[in-house]
Design a protein around this ligand. Structure first.
Ligand code: HSE
Length: 311
């Protein structure tokens, strides 16, 4: 088979953790980075949209490094010219880094005609990212649950059982995930771990069954959000505003500082209409108290990363 000339991928944003599912849960969101790559003699990137002028444009860019990882896996030598049109805000807890990695892995897989399975690409993505939750949701779409078998990351995708949408309260501030992870203690009290098992089960069941009361009961964390609160002083307030504006529950999105609220409905479209109403109400309340948040309703992405090859 001949490797394609131009490869395009569209990768969704993702929200990891969803409260108690630290490093395990991911939800793909209908906000996308579009990447395009062609073979070239040297690494070169053009970035537009989010991260333009800020992200690297050489072979050390995350997209390029992910392509290189696939090339190394199959002993392929080459470079690529890459265009990135980014809609996912960088460093805010919406999976921009995972999107770059997943995009790069899929581009690399096509450019090198490597034939790696999605499961192997997921393993490589989890290795590059250091945690699997955003990579899983970005690659497979829907709601994902990750765990490890020894050192091997595993994933199971769950189709949300009812209509689901989100409201995100984006912060102006950038919080590197590494910094937000350093804020966590080595160990947590047994009772907090036990509480999280129950709450996380409720979130997974709530998503799978489309059960709003279960989601409301589940979206409470005791093993990472309390420790990150010092880095995100308005987190509790924003969570309360989202819930009192009509979200069934809210949580830190990934490592933050974005806060996400979930909204259910009869269908995804219905949930998105409701989410827009929640966003409008929350916006009016938040602007009055905190000027550095942008409130946005966003749909759930059920399909995951999509790929188009030409030539
Ligand atoms: N599970 C990761 C964390 C997600 O909370 O650090 C980072 O987006």
């Amino acid at each position: 088979m001949t490797a394609p000339v131009t490869v395009r991928v569209r990768v969704p944003a993702s929200s990891a953790n969803l409260g108690p599912g630290y490093d395990a849960f991911g939800l793909a969101l209908a906000l996308y980075d579009d990447f395009e790559a062609v073979h070239a003699d040297a690494w070169f990137l053009e970035v537009s949209g989010e991260g333009a002028g800020e992200l690297r444009t050489d072979g050390d860019n995350e997209v390029a490094r992910a392509i290189q990882r696939v090339f190394a896996e199959v002993g392929y030598t080459g470079a690529a010219r890459i265009r990135c049109e980014n809609a996912i805000p960088v460093g805010r807890g919406l999976g921009s880094s995972a999107a770059a990695i997943v995009g790069g892995l899929l581009l690399g897989n096509e450019l090198a005609d490597a034939g790696l399975s999605n499961e192997r690409l997921f393993e490589l993505g989890a290795e590059l990212e250091g945690h699997p939750d955003n990579v899983a949701a970005a690659l497979f779409g829907g709601f994902t649950v990750c765990w490890r078998d020894g050192d091997t990351p595993r994933v199971r995708r769950i189709e949300p059982g009812g209509g689901l949408a989100a409201v995100v309260a984006l912060s102006d501030a950038v919080l590197p995930t590494s910094e937000a992870r350093q804020a966590l203690p080595e160990t947590v009290p047994h009772e907090d771990a036990a509480a999280n098992v129950a709450r996380a089960s409720l979130v997974a069941l709530g998503v799978a069954l489309g059960d709003e009361p279960m989601l409301s009961a589940g979206l409470h964390d005791r093993i990472h959000e309390p420790y990150r609160a010092a880095l995100i002083p308005d987190m509790a307030e924003i969570r309360d505003v989202l819930v009192s504006s009509g979200a069934c529950g809210a949580a830190l999105s990934g490592a933050g500082p974005t806060v996400i609220g979930l909204v259910s409905g009869a269908t995804d479209d219905d949930a998105l209409v409701r989410a827009r109403g929640v966003a409008d109400t929350a916006h009016a309340r938040i602007v009055a108290t905190s000027g550095n948040r942008r409130i946005m309703a966003v749909g759930v992405e059920r399909v995951g990363t999509q790929i188009v090859c030409e030539g």
